[in-house]
Design a protein around this ligand. Sequence first.
Ligand SMILES: NC(=O)c1ccc[n+]([C@@H]2O[C@H](COP(=O)([O-])OP(=O)(O)OC[C@H]3O[C@@H](n4cnc5c(N)ncnc54)[C@H](OP(=O)(O)O)[C@@H]3O)[C@@H](O)[C@H]2O)c1
Length: 253
Amino acid sequence: MTAQVADSGKVALITGASRGIGYGVAEALVARGDRVCITGRNEEALQQAVQRLGADRAIGVAGKAHDEEHQAVAVQRTMEAFGRVDFLVNNAGTNPVFGPLAELDLAVARKVFETNVVSALGFAQRTWAAWQKENGGAIVNISSIAGLAPSPFIGAYGVSKAAMINLTEQLAHEFAPLVRVNAIAPGVVKTKFAQALYENREAEAAAPYPLGRLGVPEDIGGVAAFLTSEQSAWMTGQTVVVDGGLMLNAGVG
Ligand SMILES: NC(=O)c1ccc[n+]([C@@H]2O[C@H](COP(=O)([O-])OP(=O)(O)OC[C@H]3O[C@@H](n4cnc5c(N)ncnc54)[C@H](OP(=O)(O)O)[C@@H]3O)[C@@H](O)[C@H]2O)c1
């Protein structure tokens, strides 16, 4: 698929991209001619994803998103392989708990923040220093509609995703005018991460969505491609809700 696509000359680093939304973003960027560095914890799954994307277009660097050494190596390997890092997509995230905030283990809360928020800042600092502060580019943070309105029993996740939205605004201000920073807030997208929310009850789970279905990774990939293209050249600090219309229900009933 990728061999025929003209090289755009642009390069993206996408965290957590061996499957799901991150992989959907990687596919969309490779399809328009970008080269990508993808990350994930499981080396084998990562290398399989690299093969699917095309080994001439993608590299993989295994590691945990919150690990600063991994962040440094991922940016360094991207620069060595492709000579630039125009775009950063902070996608790796976690939601390890389900339950009331009143009983939440604070060590778990710290882990959620470390992976979802501090990692995104760490990667942004590094792509900024390595390339973007001199040459420009764009950053896309994958937040969630859980960061825009409370979702029962995933409180720590929601707070972390809300923090990602403010991080997006802060960085957009600080990195302007050279680097644009925007976020995407998806509704439920059919991935391993969200499986428990729709498994064996997809029609029921999709019923509140005005567009009549749950999301798929390609739905987010297309918006990430837009936010890293010249077509969004006058947008920064924004959070684009991509949720099949779910949030429209807040005004109903
Ligand atoms: N799916 C949804 O409904 C939904 C909705 C809103 C927002 N989001 C957000 O979208 C992002 C991606 O979620 P997804 O649904 O695509 O999940 P997914 O299908 O489970 O994929 C997650 C990807 O990230 C990697 N990963 C997970 N934890 C990591 C870590 N600590 N460090 C590095 N890589 C890590 C995984 O590979 P390994 O397991 O090998 O590390 C995998 O490649 C998350 O930030 C999530 O909060 C998802």
